[in-house]
Design a protein around this ligand. Structure first.
Ligand SMILES: CCCCCCCCCCCCC/C=C/C(=O)SCCNC(=O)CCNC(=O)[C@H](O)C(C)(C)COP(=O)(O)OP(=O)(O)OC[C@H]1O[C@@H](n2cnc3c(N)ncnc32)[C@H](O)[C@@H]1OP(=O)(O)O
Length: 283
């Protein structure tokens, strides 16, 4: 049976300065813990497309803190949308930005990456919709990816005229071969579910969200007889080089982000991309 972690969610929203919510449907992130297994299902809930703005990233970051503090046995990351896991970073955070907010935005994204990529508890993404760019990054931070049929996933930054930061690249390299990662990153490939399975970007295909959650649960169950400490130390040792690289360069990474995104050519590219998105959604 599922029970919501209501106290944690309410506190979280209070801290972020967002609305004080009384029902789960209003929350940016909904966390439900299965009493029997102890696994937490974390649902991204920022309609229409779960684009990652500062508030959503803050809510994810605080959720990850809660799970770690409560010694979570495992996490399944999914979305409340019927067709989008996450549309990636909210382009409005990068288009005509205010520099202070932009810095906080990027720093919070770094926090989420540290906490998710380096989490001591096992993590699975149940990808129940499209997952471009930052959405793909969130799933890549998890140890296992189950994806529903007929959606797309990938780090498509070059198609927007921007460069995925090295820690995005490292996350992809951790999941698939270096050669396939290089091709995918330079081309900005958005893979279909079946193509993603072939290159190892996802681990399993599901027929529905329920099937994805069931497969994610089965993956977490595999660790039942493994010492949690041995498991987490092994995972963290394997990922520590990538983590240390960003830890050593956090400030430079923020400065580079601000510099790159505020270039007139990049702003123009983002403007055109936004216009194309809006024109498409108006049809
Ligand atoms: C050597 C190293 C050097 C390093 C240098 C580093 C420099 C740093 C550079 C910066 C790096 C930045 C990294 C960026 C990462 C990102 O994540 S960028 C975002 C990329 N995202 C996308 O490309 C996805 C865009 N969206 C879509 O393709 C589609 O929306 C969808 C996800 C496939 C869903 O389609 P559909 O269900 O049909 O919905 P839509 O109708 O398209 O959209 C609904 C409304 O949502 C708006 N929207 C969609 N995506 C976004 C978004 N990402 N941000 C903001 N808004 C978004 C869309 O415009 C619609 O709005 P309305 O028209 O107002 O309804």
């Amino acid at each position: 049976m599922l029970r919501s972690v209501l106290r944690a969610s309410t506190t979280r929203l209070g801290v972020t300065g967002s609305r004080f919510c009384s029902s789960a449907a209003d929350k940016l992130v909904i966390t439900e813990v299965d009493d029997k297994t102890g696994y937490a299902t974390v649902t991204l809930n920022r309609p229409p497309v779960n684009s990652l703005n500062l508030e959503l990233l803050t809510a994810i970051s605080e959720t990850l803190d809660d799970l770690q503090n409560n010694k979570s046995r495992g996490m399944i990351l999914t979305s409340s949308s019927k067709s989008v896991f996450s549309a990636g970073l909210d382009i409005m955070e990068m288009y005509k930005p205010k520099v202070d907010r932009m810095k906080e935005f990027w720093s919070t994204l770094q926090d989420v990456w540290f906490k998710l990529y380096g989490s001591p508890f096992p993590t699975v993404a149940a990808i129940n919709g499209h997952s471009p760019a930052g959405g793909c990054l969130l799933s890549l931070c998890c140890e296992y990816r189950v994806m529903c049929q007929n959606y797309t996933i990938g780090l498509n930054e070059t198609r927007l005229g921007i460069v995925a930061p090295t820690w995005f690249m490292a996350s992809m390299r951790n999941a698939m071969s270096r050669r396939d990662a290089e091709m995918a990153l330079t081309l900005g490939t958005l893979f279909t579910t079946d193509e993603a399975l072939k290159v190892g970007l996802v681990d399993e295909v599901a027929t529905s969200k329920e099937d994805a959650i069931a497969k994610a649960t089965a993956f977490l169950d595999k660790f039942k007889k493994i010492s949690p400490q041995a498991r987490s130390m092994t995972k963290q040792a394997l990922r520590s080089k990538d983590i240390m690289e960003l830890e050593d360069n956090r400030t430079q990474d923020i400065d580079l982000f601000v510099y790159a995104v505020t270039q007139p050519k990049v702003q123009k590219g983002l403007e055109m991309y936004l216009e194309a998105l809006k024109a498409k959604s108006a049809k």
